[in-house]
Ligand binder design. Structure first.
Ligand SMILES: *[C@@H]1O[C@H](CO)[C@@H](O)[C@H](O)[C@H]1NC(C)=O
Ligand SMILES: *[C@@H]1O[C@H](CO)[C@@H](O)[C@H](O)[C@H]1NC(C)=O
Ligand SMILES: *[C@@H]1O[C@H](CO)[C@@H](O)[C@H](O)[C@H]1NC(C)=O
Ligand SMILES: *[C@@H]1O[C@H](CO)[C@@H](O)[C@H](O)[C@H]1NC(C)=O
Length: 425
């Protein structure tokens, strides 16, 4: 489907009347790129290379995770548009936060960093691994960094499994508030990390872990039989995960959706594909229905105008992972791209604030609603740029099956030797 130039012209008039609203023709790649560029600038007003909250100005201290999500958004932007404006800063921020053990456990965040905070930085490593993004100077490759984090999660799972028959706790520090909570964003993150490593490496060990985390999540009811994803469950005072907090947030379902998409792609098993279809259908019912507009919304807080600084960013996760799922699982492609196109158009018309295209929280057709922050800009950026997801290179695999030219044996000369050799010549 292609938007006719007269439709675009009519839309342009409507936008002109709205003042500074962002122009977006959702079927025109150049228009999407231009809109994403404008919104990326809106996100980047928060950049601060000296900030210890992940190189973006964030409320202290626990919005470090949100910066991690922001860098993934900008990495996607770089890959989807070929605009390298942010590339050096992305690499610098990742280098500053990856930590001395290359696992995104930097000493600066020690004491309060939770599993899910770490995960939102690890997604950068997984994304870089899949798109062949530049490695950090002197650091291991991105798959090694992601594996380091995976290994920590696996160890913590063993420790946490004395209750509830399994499940990662939200916090890995027993002193931290929330140590008794076993939640969807955390277990979904471990599930997704395992699934992405399985698809990339082809190693069954990761797929087995993904299946184990999936089975546990289903057994305690974090993921329901009809693909709702609930916020969390607890082992406090012997509760043993017997009851579930049924709040539904868009980033929770998105986290499981994208893990299932990698499993479907890796296994080519119709059962995983059904799980993906189930999540897409449930997400469409729960998160795309304000006044039947079909535009994405955060149903738990948007209708009451009460979304907080981290909640405004959750739609970024849903758009990001819906888009990539459309690439990995062909049977949901049309459904997903229609949801994203409507939402991107809705987001763009909200970007009419401050006379400079600042975006709003609500996208269902009322212009700028007056609430803006880092998470708002990130959600709008990911939703608009997700229309470019098919511009990205194919998801990489570690050892391409058709690449028989390279011998499998490790005969590579260590870097230090070749450097010496070069110097002595
Ligand atoms: C848009 O205007 C607001 C309010 O003046 C300002 O804080 C923000 O930095 C501006 N955004 C851009 C991209 O210049
Ligand atoms: C980015 O560059 C690649 C390789 O040159 C190309 O295939 C892709 O279409 C470009 N993406 C965009 C959005 O222009
Ligand atoms: C806690 O739940 C797990 C998983 O259902 C079960 O195996 C275990 O026996 C339960 N523990 C207690 C003390 O009830
Ligand atoms: C896996 O994803 C690729 C795109 O990266 C797609 O071409 C392929 O059809 C998918 N395979 C399966 C089994 O879904």
């Amino acid at each position: 489907m292609k938007t006719s130039s007269s439709t675009i012209a009519a839309a342009a008039v409507a936008f002109a009347q709205a003042g500074s609203a962002l122009q977006l023709a959702t079927t025109d790649i150049n228009s999407v790129k231009a809109a994403a560029k404008t919104v990326s600038k809106g996100l980047y007003v928060f950049h601060n290379a000296a900030a210890t909250t992940g190189q973006f100005n964030q409320p202290q201290p626990w919005f470090w995770w949100l910066s991690g999500s922001g860098w993934t958004g900008l990495m996607d932007y770089t890959v989807y548009t070929n605009d390298t404006t942010y590339k050096a800063d992305i690499l610098s921020a990742l280098a500053k936060n990856v930590g001395p053990k290359y696992d995104f456990v930097p000493p600066e965040q020690a004491g309060w960093e939770a599993n899910d905070d770490q995960a939102y930085w690890v997604y950068n490593a997984l994304t870089a691994m899949e798109y062949g993004f530049d490695t950090l100077p002197g650091a291991p490759t991105w798959d090694v960094i992601a594996t380091n984090a995976f290994n920590l999660y696996a160890q913590r799972w063993q420790i946490d499994s004395t209750t509830c028959g399994g499940g990662l706790k939200w916090q890995y520090n027993p002193q931290a508030n929330g140590w008794t909570y076993k939640n969807a964003v955390t277990n979904g993150a471990f599930f997704q990390t395992a699934a992405r490593l399985a698809r990339y490496t082809g190693d069954q060990k990761y797929a087995d872990w993904a299946t184990k985390i999936w089975d546990w999540s289903r057994s305690v009811g974090l993921v329901s039989a009809d693909y709702h994803v609930y916020d969390g469950t607890s082992d406090d005072k012997g509760a043993n995960c017997s009851s579930v907090n049924h709040d539904e947030w868009s980033y929770n379902i998105a986290t499981y959706l994208h893990g299932a998409a990698h499993m479907a792609n890796f296994t080519d098993d119709p059962v995983w594909e059904q799980h993906v279809q189930g999540f897409v259908n449930t997400a469409a019912q729960v998160f795309f229905t304000p006044a039947k507009t079909g535009v994405m919304f955060e149903q738990k807080c948007e209708p009451t105008h009460s979304c907080t600084t981290d909640q405004t960013s959750f739609k970024a996760s849903l758009s990001r992972w819906l888009g990539k799922t459309a690439v990995l699982v062909p049977s949901v492609r049309t459904t997903i791209m229609n949801l994203l196109a409507k939402s991107a158009a809705g987001a763009a018309q909200s970007c009419a604030g401050n006379g400079n295209s600042t975006c709003g929280v609500s996208w269902s057709g009322t212009g700028f609603d007056g609430q803006s922050d880092f998470g708002v800009e990130l959600s709008a950026l990911e939703t608009i740029q997700s229309l470019l997801v098919f511009q990205a290179p194919p998801f990489a695999v570690k050892n391409p099956k058709d690449d028989k030219a390279t011998p499998a044996t490790n005969i590579a000369v260590p870097a230090t030797h070749s450097n010496c050799a070069r110097r002595s010549r």
